[in-house]
Design a protein around this ligand. Structure first.
Ligand code: HPA
Ligand SMILES: [Zn+2]
Length: 338
């Protein structure tokens, strides 16, 4: 019998909710600040980590955008990406669909192409080194305008064969999904998949807008859907994937403690929930730590953990054949390690 922590590490899984800029560890932040001669408001790595105490999403976002200012060159984006993929591979991630926030960079004068070339180099390296496949999801910053989102979509045009979908992140409350109805419709017309953060801090009505106005293929977070039984039943009935991020929810005070996290309730309600790390450098753990913390706190056993991993492949944007192949390997792993 495989012990629990080892079982989780070895469990083949996909990560579906990861902001690559949120994987920038303080050590690399310092190295890049020095390499690029960028000033950051911290003297030591410990000082940076001590600043990672948040009472809500906006507290975090202010620090997260400041941290991203050290990213200047293609090599910086590549180094950040490969550092994430190395850690993800060590946690049993075999496929990752990662978010990036181009506006955070283009608004500082960094070319869209620089961001793309760097991330794609890291992705190619991860596949060669670990066999870890990945896809890119371009997120629009929802605190910025619809016009700015359209400008970003235009910049992405030459790269659309390398971008799988678009998403919506940043400050949720006050920036409902309907603000981006037209840009999401334009993205869909280009063949892109659609995801959106909704119901992290925002109300269930924002989740409904993401479903009915944006027409999302996958729901990021979605926790507050549980406040609406009709919505919850609909998400379960339609097999909508929720990309849940337990340690993020605790760090941003969306749940009081990991002991009160609703991940087990989500599974009981029949939701296709997955476990992900969101911004692991800021929230205190990569995907394996999120699985372990949630499992211990909520008493998840091997069957529930296997369901979460299974959901991660079912909810991915891989082809049906690729998903089927991952599920065969997952089932074999679960059987061997029961
Ligand atoms: O957890 C998040 N929520 C919203 N926007 C974000 N941008 C990075 N992480 C997040
Ligand atoms: Zn997120």
């Amino acid at each position: 019998m495989t012990d629990f922590a080892t079982f989780i590490t070895g469990l083949p899984k996909a990560e579906l909710h990861l902001h690559i800029e949120g994987s920038l560890e303080p050590e690399l932040m310092f190295a890049l600040a020095a390499r690029n001669d960028v000033a950051i408001p911290f003297k030591t790595v410990d000082e940076v980590r001590a600043a990672y105490s948040f009472s809500n999403l906006q507290d975090f976002l202010d620090i997260y955008y400041a941290g991203a200012s050290v990213l200047i060159t293609e090599a910086d984006f590549r180094d950040m990406a490969i550092a994430y993929f190395d850690r993800a591979a060590a946690d049993g991630v075999v496929h990752a669909e990662i978010f990036f926030d181009p506006q955070t960079h283009t608004d500082r004068g960094i070319a869209f192409d620089t961001v793309m070339r760097g991330l794609l180099a890291g992705m190619a390296e991860a596949e060669a080194k670990h066999g870890l496949t990945s896809k890119l999801i371009l997120c629009f910053l929802r605190h910025l305008s619809e016009e700015a989102a359209f400008e970003t979509l235009a910049m992405a045009e030459p790269w659309l064969d390398r971008i799988t979908g678009v998403g919506l992140d940043s400050s949720e409350v006050g920036h409902p999904p309907e603000k981006f109805a037209r840009v999401f419709a334009a993205a869909r017309a280009k063949g892109l998949k659609l995801v959106a953060h909704a119901g992290e801090e925002g109300p269930p009505a924002y989740v409904l807008q993401a479903l009915d106005i944006l027409g999302i293929d996958r729901l990021d977070h979605g926790n507050r859907s549980l406040e609406d039984p009709v919505l919850t039943a609909r998400l379960a009935r339609t097999g909508m994937t929720l990309t849940v991020c337990p340690l993020s929810n605790v760090k941003l005070c969306n749940v009081a403690s990991i002991d009160e996290h609703p991940i087990d309730r989500m599974l009981r309600e029949g939701l296709r929930a997955t476990i992900n790390s969101d911004d692991p450098a800021y929230f205190g753990g990569y995907i394996g730590e999120n699985y372990r913390a949630a499992a211990i706190a909520r008493g998840l056993g091997k069957p529930e953990l296997a369901t979460l991993a299974r959901n991660s492949f079912l909810g991915s944007f891989l082809s049906d054949d690729e998903v089927a192949a991952h599920l065969v390997r997952l089932d074999a792993y679960v059987e061997e390690n029961a």
